[in-house]
Design a protein around this ligand. Structure first.
Ligand code: G1P
Length: 292
C-alpha cells in the first residue's frame, strides 16, 4: 500500500524530433512505453495510488492508462487470448490520478504540485524518464526498509556514474562508503572538479511531507530551475536525516532523457524479448561481425 508521484511534464528537448508531438515517457522500450515499465515497477513494490504530474501535450499518458473496453471485447470475441494477456496491466489494483504542472519551473516545482494530494504519509517519487531494471526489481522496497529503519526525512537511490557524467545529475556527498549511507550533502549538476563523489541520483526517492516545506523555500538553482535536489539539501542543512541506497551490481537505470541512453535501453529490452530476442541477438552479432 503506498502512493507514488511520477513527474512526466518535462519537454524532452534532448530527444527531438521524436518528442515533438509525443511525450518521451511514451517512447517504446522493448514492447512497452517507458511509463508502463515504471508503473509495473511501482506495483511490484506495493504502490496502489499513482499521481502523474503531467503537462501540455501529455494527454497520451492519461489515455494509456484508460480501460479500452471496446478493444478488450473485440479481442475476446475473436478469441485472441494471447493479445489480451498484453493488456494485463489494465486490470492491476492501482488507481491513477493526474494533475497538471501549469508552469515548467523545474523538477522541484513538479513535485510540489503533489502537495495537496499528500496528507501526512510518506510517498515515493519515481521520475517518469527512468527505468530501473534487473536485480529482483526491489530497489524501492530496499529504500522503504531503509526509511522504516532510520528516522529520516528522505531516502534517495544512487548509482555510480563515470566522472564525465556527474554534470548531468544530482551527486551525493556520502558520509560512508556503504551501500546504504547517510548523506552529508547533495549537489545538483556539479562540475567534475566540484563533484563530491560519482554517486548520481538514480530517479527514485522516498519523502516525508517535510519535502514540501523545503520546496516552498528554495530558490532557482542549476539551469535556473527549482531543483528537488536543492530541497533535499535544505532538509539536510536544517538537521533532517537523509539516506542514500545504492543500486546493486545487477540493477541498472536507463535514463530515457537522451539518445545515447535511450538506444541502449531499447536494445537491452529488445534483446531480452521472449519471442524475438534470440533472433535479434543473432542479427546484431552478424551485423557487428560485418562491420569489424
Ligand atoms: C533530474 C534530477 C537529478 C537526477 C536526474 C536523474 O535531473 O534533478 O538530480 O540525478 O533527474 O535522472 P534531470 O534529468 O531532470 O536534468
Amino acid at each position: 500500500m503506498g502512493i507514488a508521484v511520477v513527474p512526466v511534464a518535462g519537454l524532452g528537448t534532448r530527444l527531438l524530433p521524436l518528442t515533438k508531438t509525443q511525450p518521451k515517457e511514451m517512447l517504446p522500450v522493448g514492447r512497452k512505453p517507458v511509463v508502463h515499465h515504471i508503473v509495473e515497477e511501482l506495483i511490484e513494490n506495493d504502490i496502489d495510488q499513482i499521481l502523474f504530474i503531467t503537462g501540455a501535450s501529455k494527454a497520451s499518458i492519461e489515455n494509456y492508462f484508460d480501460l479500452d473496453e471496446t478493444l478488450v471485447n473485440m479481442l475476446r470475441e475473436r478469441g485472441k487470448e494471447d493479445l489480451l494477456a498484453d493488456l494485463q496491466l489494465d486490470y492491476a489494483p492501482v488507481k491513477y490520478y493526474f494533475t497538471r504542472q501549469r508552469q515548467l519551473l523545474g523538477l522541484g516545482h513538479a513535485v510540489q504540485c503533489a502537495s495537496d494530494f499528500i496528507t501526512d504519509e510518506s510517498f515515493v517519487v519515481a521520475l517518469g524518464d527512468s527505468i530501473i531494471q534487473g536485480g529482483d526489481a526491489k530497489l524501492l522496497s530496499r529504500m522503504q526498509t531503509c526509511f522504516d529503519d532510520n528516522a529520516c526525512a528522505a531516502v534517495v537511490a544512487f548509482e555510480s556514474v563515470p566522472k564525465s557524467e556527474v554534470f548531468r545529475y544530482g551527486i551525493a556527498h556520502p558520509k560512508t562508503g556503504d551501500d546504504v549511507f547517510e548523506l552529508e550533502d547533495i549537489v545538483e549538476k556539479p562540475s567534475v572538479e566540484n563533484a563530491p563523489s560519482q554517486l548520481a541520483v538514480a530517479a527514485r526517492y522516498i519523502f516525508t511531507p517535510a519535502i514540501f516545506d523545503a520546496l516552498e523555500r528554495i530558490t532557482p538553482g542549476a539551469g535556473g530551475e527549482l531543483q528537488l535536489t536543492d530541497a533535499i539539501r535544505l532538509l539536510i542543512k536544517e538537521g533532517h536525516t537523509v539516506y542514500g541506497v545504492r543500486l546493486t551490481d545487477d540493477e541498472r537505470r536507463f535514463d530515457i532523457g537522451n539518445y545515447a541512453s535511450y538506444y541502449r535501453a531499447f536494445v537491452d529490452f529488445a534483446l531480452s524479448d521472449p519471442t524475438y530476442g534470440d533472433d535479434l541477438r543473432q542479427y546484431v552479432s552478424e551485423l557487428l561481425k560485418g562491420s569489424s
